[in-house]
Design a protein around this ligand. Structure first.
Ligand SMILES: Nc1nc2c(ncn2[C@@H]2O[C@H](COP(=O)(O)OP(=O)(O)OP(=O)(O)O)[C@@H](O)[C@H]2O)c(=O)[nH]1
Ligand SMILES: [Zn+2]
Length: 304
């Protein structure tokens, strides 16, 4: 399933888009972009009656989020599946205009590790600023990255997208649409698929999958409605997976240590002070932890 709009689901059947609706049998199960589904009814699209989605295949990965951390309503605490079956999270960040926010990138990394999909850092606007500072911050991580600029070569990016289902996230203005339009020259046609069932892509807030013109089946999923990843339901332990460079420093922590400022026996501060990791990484971890539990970690320039 590649797009959903007002109860109409666009599914690819034999490389052709087909509009379908959900069948009652699905109950309350939500069908999300990336789902592989079973269809019944008119799957040729010739009779004018819509095919129905009767089954959702088991998902190989689930990218989820809660609403933003400061949304403490019951609705805001609800977990949503953003995309199913993706295998790569492309975190798009501009090197300038707007400046990179490592807090946001860290938040995305946690979401990627939590979903079990690999992260890729895509640094745009390399014509405006260099990547040294951002890459320095992530020096201890095996974090693959690509740089892009307006008329530059996109082959490095194309290469890491090849054969994969990649989800793209990033703040407004970092250059996601620019990249998609360059990667998928006939994006308009693909957008047309969505428009045909309702509103156009630019007003849509749900994810849309676009097929890249390449030999292998490669998809890029744009998530215009996802500005960030609320992590309310991610445990402290899982949160730490987004900070693999800090894990070694926790071996001497007491059991159940969440590594907050108020954990007196936490071994991390001393380990970081000894030079084993960048102190900003510990600060970022603690900020995410605090934001997650509704604390005051939301302020500051690095708020995700
Ligand atoms: N200098 C420079 N400008 C860029 C680059 N990529 C995109 N831009 C510009 O940055 C602005 C925002 O680009 P978009 O592609 O609309 O950004 P977006 O991430 O899709 O933003 P939303 O649609 O708000 O989510 C546009 O004016 C682009 O022309 C780049 O590599 N270098
Ligand atoms: Zn600790």
């Amino acid at each position: 399933m590649i797009a959903v709009d007002r109860g109409r689901y666009t599914c690819m059947v034999d490389d052709e888009p087909l509009t379908a609706m959900r069948a009652r049998e699905l109950g309350r199960k939500s069908v999300v972009v990336g789902d592989r589904v079973g269809l019944v009814g008119d799957v040729s699209g010739s009779t004018g009656s819509l095919a129905r989605i009767v089954r959702i295949e088991e998902r190989s990965s689930v990218l989820r989020r809660t609403a933003d951390d400061d949304d403490t309503t019951a609705e805001g605490r609800l977990e949503r599946v953003v995309v199913a079956n993706a295998d790569q999270l492309v975190i798009v960040s501009a090197l300038a205009d707007p400046p990179p926010r490592t807090g946001f990138i860290d938040r995305c990394l946690v979401a990627a590790y939590d979903a079990g999909i690999v992260p890729l850092l895509c640094l745009t606007k390399a014509d405006l600023a260099g990547p040294a500072e951002v890459l320095g911050y992530y020096a201890e991580l095996d974090l693959p990255h690509v740089l892009t600029e307006p008329d530059g070569d996109l082959s490095a990016l194309r290469e890491v997208l090849a054969g994969r289902v990649s989800v793209m996230v990033g703040h407004s203005g970092v250059g996601k649409s620019t990249l998609v339009n360059r990667l998928v020259p006939d994006a308009d046609r693909a957008v047309g698929v969505v428009s045909a069932v309702g509103k156009g892509r630019h007003t849509s807030t749900s994810a849309v999958a676009l097929r890249l013109p390449s030999k292998e089946a490669s998809w890029i999923i744009d998530t215009p409605g996802v500005r960030s990843f609320g992590l309310a339901l991610v445990s402290a332990e899982s949160l730490l997976h987004g900070f693999p460079d800090l894990v070694e420093g926790t071996v001497d922590c007491p059991p159940n240590c969440e590594h907050t400022e108020t954990d007196p026996e936490c071994a991390l501060p001393a380990w970081v002070t000894a030079g084993h990791a960048d102190v900003r990484r510990l600060e970022s971890y603690r900020r995410l932890l605090a934001s997650r539990s509704g604390g005051d970690g939301l302020e500051g320039p690095d708020r995700g």
